[in-house]
Design a protein around this ligand. Sequence first.
Ligand SMILES: *[C@@H]1O[C@H](CO)[C@@H](O)[C@H](O)[C@H]1NC(C)=O
Length: 234
Amino acid sequence: MWHVLLGGSLLFPGLYLLCSRCARWALPAWSEADCSLIGARHWLATSYIWLIIPYMVYDTYAMYLRHWYRCQNKQTLAGKDHFATAMDSFLRKDFLMLVHHTAILTILVPIALFFRRDIGDFFVGCLYVAEMSTPFVSLGKVLIQLKLQNSLLYKVNGALVLITFFLCRILLFPFMYNAYGQQYGIPFYKVPFYIPLQCNVINASMMAPQIYWFWLICKKALRLYTSSLSSKDR
Ligand SMILES: *[C@@H]1O[C@H](CO)[C@@H](O)[C@H](O)[C@H]1NC(C)=O
């Protein structure tokens, strides 16, 4: 996870530097600002979507696989084969995740690739920022698997999950509305009435599951905190 995070941190500024330097070298008549814009106007904003498609498909399959292996250890339900048992568990326990992945593939990807007519790179970029919390969420799961849930690392990581999730998946939406308002000189609270209704609907339906997941994370964090307090009392 960390090497991917590090890789991304090097890749994007690196590409920016490379593009703007190349532009400066190839187009000496251009101003510094024009060259910088070339570096920042990202073909990756759209190209990255093509990378997301196989990722979402793979991730859905990987989630199913997890249930498949889990069911292997359990007694298979009477009259059901392994596939049906795993599918049943997948649909029951990861239903929201499945809806999330399906909605990204069937709604957001077509919008980002075809319907936005190459405008709104900024908002597409904003949505990529949402993935900031994922390495910490995944690391938390790995630490549980390694039975390290009482370690300091697990607690620090838990705090990072809370912070990144809140900033990049919840606060992100008011931030986007605010950025839009600033761009057009509209007060923040009036933005919902200026943008098309479907934009509000899509933003709201993207935000709703994030609030729900954040609520689950908060509950888990509270349980962790209170249990570590009571274990100190003992
Ligand atoms: C979400 O809201 C922003 C800011 O108001 C808007 O520009 C953007 O198009 C919306 N996103 C979608 C996918 O409609």
